[in-house]
Design a protein around this ligand. Structure first.
Ligand code: AP5
Ligand code: MG
Ligand code: ZN
Length: 214
């Protein structure tokens, strides 16, 4: 399975990616997670990415595209992968197509987790993440058993730097302007599978499995 998962910021890409990764046994590659891991390690890439992420802007294609090509060239991606948060504009989508074509590979499906923008600011601002194991929670929708503590590993939960009200609004605008046009791009390739993301967590995953087995 070679998959993309798309959707507005906060739509539930990362949350559902964990389910998909386990169900299909494929690596989950999130460009946002890669940038955040680099920032944690204080690498040059991480520090560069931070200047864009903190404003809700896209990290330049010149670094992002090569990063993804490198990751997809690793042996664990041979049988399949789930890309989350990439591509985010037409240039990235074309670069991915060319890269896959050069390797005689192609995408099996593009999942779009559809959630109305009104719901999303609340989801983003209420999100808490575990920097140790990557688990995601929400103070209302999916609270940890003990406030501020990760259920899975006991780590201390934090709020992402870009999960402020202002940055979230900007991320939604960037999505509309730069990423939303990709939905037509993949629809024209007959790859787009849309799932209603404004439902219970488990129901969203049920629907994902349904559209992927069709
Ligand atoms: P990235 O990390 O990709 O962030 P994003 O696209 O803004 O998406 P999020 O991670 O915020 O949301 P999600 O859909 O994963 O939602 P989640 O499952 O966590 O990118 C961050 C930044 O990195 C970008 O702004 C950019 O600067 C840079 N970047 C990344 N990729 C790039 C690229 N290709 N090119 C250039 N720059 C790039 O869920 C959100 C919350 O909702 C959680 O609290 C969760 O518990 C809750 N929730 C989930 N599902 C449900 C549900 N069904 N019901 C109720 N609550 C739910
Ligand atoms: Mg995410
Ligand atoms: Zn954890």
């Amino acid at each position: 399975m070679k998959l993309l998962i798309m959707g507005r910021p906060g739509a539930g890409k990362g949350t559902q990616a964990v389910n998909i990764r386990e169900y299909y046994n494929i690596p989950h590659i999130s460009t946002g997670d890669i940038f955040r891991a680099n920032l944690k390690g204080q690498t040059k890439l991480g520090l560069l990415a931070k200047t864009y992420m903190d404003k809700g802007l896209l990290v330049p294609d010149s670094v992002t595209i090569d990063l993804v090509k490198d990751r997809l060239s690793q042996p664990d991606c041979k049988e399949g992968f789930l890309l989350d948060g990439f591509p985010r504009n037409l240039e990235q989508a074309k670069a991915l197509d060319e890269f896959l074509k050069s390797r005689n590979e192609s995408l099996d499906a593009v999942l779009d987790i559809d959630v109305k923008p009104e719901v999303l600011i609340d989801r983003i601002v209420g999100r808490r993440v575990c920097p140790t194991c990557g688990a995601t929670f929400h103070i209302k929708n999916n609270p940890p058993k003990v406030e501020g503590v990760c259920d899975k590993c006991g780590g201390k939960l934090i709020q992402r730097n870009d999960d402020t009200y202002e940055t979230a609004e900007n991320r939604l605008k960037v999505y509309d302007n730069q990423t939303a046009p990709l939905l037509d791009y993949y629809k024209n390739q007959h790859l787009l599978k849309t799932v209603n993301g404004d439902q219970d967590f488990a129901k969203v995953f049920e629907d994902i499995k349904k559209v992927l087995t069709k």
